[in-house]
Design a protein around this ligand. Sequence first.
Ligand code: ATP
Ligand code: MG
Length: 294
Amino acid sequence: MSASDLKILAKDFRAPTDGSFRIAKASGQAPRNAPNKKACEKQLNKVAKKLDEQQRRVYAENTHAVLCVFQAMDAAGKDSTIRAVLKKLNPAGFQVFSFKTPSPEELDHDFLWRTTCRLPERGRIGVFNRSYYEEVLVVRVHPEYLDSQRLTGVAKNRKFWQQRYESIVTHEQHLTRNGTLVLKFFLNVSKEEQRQRFLSRLETPEKNWKFSAADLAEREHWKDYMRAYEQCINATSTDAAPWHIIPADNKPFMRLAVAEILHQALARLKPEYPSLNAQQQAELPAIMQRLSNE
Ligand code: ATP
Ligand code: MG
């Protein structure tokens, strides 16, 4: 880190764990001292290289898995953030899964099943582009989606959603206890910035494919989504699996912030390359001698 780099601390982006998160107060805009685009990209390049080194250690140590969950409104930039943050990593070291409308097979299982099948194993970084959180976000905004889950004897009231939050919190505690570091990112794009990005998708022929009329329909439910996000984040932000609220209107800053937060979390794991025991060490000179003499 050079003197000109902005100090980005994960704690400044962490949602509180006491239920006091208010989405109306969370700005989509980067902090005032955010570097310009070029400086953000330069700093990101440095962090991305460090992430590569950290991921190698995580892989070699084979003790921890890392799960990064991304949730956001449409066009917040989940895809491009994932790409930018992981750009320097060995592709064998991480896995990205996107979760869309559930398939009939997925609907035949409980709501945590499909993502559980895709959890990262020890040594890997797993990225969820959308996740089981959709089950308390899009499904909360459209409770009629629950019909296809064929849950019987369940009243879809406040208690029902409370129980879903509990299932999620318990699931994440279970993962944490079993060696998975869980980090959650809410990319917080403002409604106005989303409008601009949709317009750009419509105006640029190469981006047309990214636009779907369904996105516009969801935008109509903006307030309901914000309420669902606020309740969800308050109910599921824990010390074991914290939410980070990342302003998403400034893409270069958003990418840098996510990369720095991941870097700091990996540093806390202190992954180390395995070391050889005394006997293995003692055998090295003889093996080297043999190879040199070949
Ligand atoms: P992009 O940024 O490219 O638009 P995306 O993640 O929005 O990517 P889409 O294919 O546009 O991908 O949309 C996926 C849709 O699937 C989202 O609207 C999301 O809410 C929905 N979805 C995901 N999980 C569930 C779920 N469990 N139940 C119902 N809908 C879901
Ligand atoms: Mg979409």
